[in-house]
Write a protein that binds this ligand. Structure first.
Ligand SMILES: [Mg+2]
Length: 403
């Protein structure tokens, strides 16, 4: 791995199910299916342990089918706070080793370790070390692909799951891909595959040797892009973002519900969580997105962009609630009143909080001193930045939680 770049693709194995098995020793070695309370429930499998996969259970499969394949499996609704926590811990291990980390989802990231290689004795040793650290610190298993580009690293991490470590040597990219079926290649979906099957192309190697001009004529730029990839060429960079794209939380109800108080109070709690997280990272965002999943698994997404970026819980909540009410009203008008399965809120269009200039800082300090003086004179409740109505609303809604 001394030519060009050194890229790792790290992908946790059966992530949600593995977190459940880690946190519940009695689930270990057993088929665990995340996505619902029971096999008869509507909805889909979000994750299946390898023991459940042995029965044919797969992600995105309707729970009813999973229930037929694996009636004695352990069905759990999922605990997203735990998954986010576990993901944060794993991403922190990556970030300790290189600043160039591109998270793809909770359980997956690209790492560019070209510049840091000498510190850790090479990319392969770093991959081994990351696998050890994730296991000992987080109690989870990660598969890693090591290559000179993202494409081969990604294909590599998936090839020997679970607990895989696949190394694609520099110069060996095309040879590594050649025997694999076309569906392993990025950008080759069912439609493209149909076209390629018309030429009797089944493996990546066959595509790599095929006439590039014919591909371009038939598929345009896409044709030359997939030809290059088939030949192991991929220049995409690892796009580390110090500012995340969005901050969001969602909740899956134990039982599908149409109770507006239950839905809205959950939305309030989620909005508070999002606001807190934004403030922790000194971020603000302009776009608020509300996601609603109704039974069986249709998703409604509504969003609004504000003039000013915010990280205020109640601002986030008010907008999200308007979007929620709008979406539910549309459903009612359309004669659809499916109970709600999941509710989520996210803030995107993020920017880092402005650094206060010296002048502003002095002004804020003076203002705070003045407020403190008023509080000292008239009591603590005399001045509160949240209006009395907001406080009332918050109490009223949080009261619904216990109903
Ligand atoms: Mg994974």
């Amino acid at each position: 791995m001394n030519a060009g770049r050194a890229i790792l693709h790290c992908d946790l194995d059966a992530f949600y199910a593995s977190v459940e098995q880690r946190d519940h020793p009695e689930y270990r070695g057993k088929p665990v299916i995340v996505g619902g309370d029971g096999p008869s429930e509507r909805g889909v499998v979000m994750a299946a342990s390898y023991e459940a996969r042995a029965f044919g259970v797969r992600s995105a499969m309707p729970l009813a089918i999973a229930g037929r394949l694996c009636p004695d499996g352990i069905y759990v609704p999922g605990n997203f706070d735990r998954y986010v926590e576990a993901s944060d811990a794993v991403m922190a291990i990556f970030a300790e080793r290189t600043p160039l980390v591109e998270p793809i989802s909770l359980d997956e990231a690209f790492l560019d370790v070209t510049a840091t290689e000498h510190l850790f004795g090479g990319a392969v040793e770093m991959a081994r070390e990351i696998k050890r650290a994730v296991r000992s610190t987080c109690g989870l298993v990660v598969s890693v692909g090591v290559a000179t580009n993202k494409l081969c690293a990604k294909v590599g991490s998936d090839l020997r799951k679970p607990d895989g470590l696949v190394i694609v040597p520099a110069g060996g990219e095309a040879a590594f891909l050649a025997p694999l079926p076309l569906e392993r290649l990025w950008g080759v979906g069912p439609k493209t595959r149909e076209v390629l099957a018309g030429w009797d192309l089944r493996t990546i190697g066959q595509l790599a040797r095929f006439d590039r001009t014919a591909l371009e004529t038939r598929l345009g730029d896409h044709g030359s892009a997939i030809w290059e990839r088939a030949n192991g060429i991929d220049d995409a960079t690892v796009a580390s973002e110090h500012v995340p794209k969005s901050v969001g939380h969602s909740h899956t109800f134990d039982e599908n519900t149409l109770d507006p108080a239950k839905i809205e109070s959950t939305l309030l709690l989620l909005s508070e969580g999002v606001g807190r997280r934004l403030r922790e990272h000194a971020l603000r965002g302009r776009t608020i997105t509300m996601t609603l999943r109704v039974a069986p698994f249709e998703t409604r997404t509504r969003q609004r962009t504000l003039g000013d970026a915010t990280n205020d819980d109640l601002t986030i909540y008010r907008i999200a609630r308007q979007l929620l009410r709008g979406a539910l009203a549309e459903d009612r008008e359309g004669g659809r009143t499916s109970p709600v399965r999941l509710i989520g809120v996210a803030v995107s269009g993020l920017s880092e909080g402005e650094q206060l200039g010296l002048f502003d800082a002095a002004r804020h300090a003076r203002l705070n001193a003045a407020l403190d003086a008023v509080r000292a004179r008239f009591g603590k409740d005399a001045l509160d930045r949240a209006s009395a109505r907001e406080v009332h609303e918050r109490r009223r809604l949080s009261g619904h939680r216990s109903r």
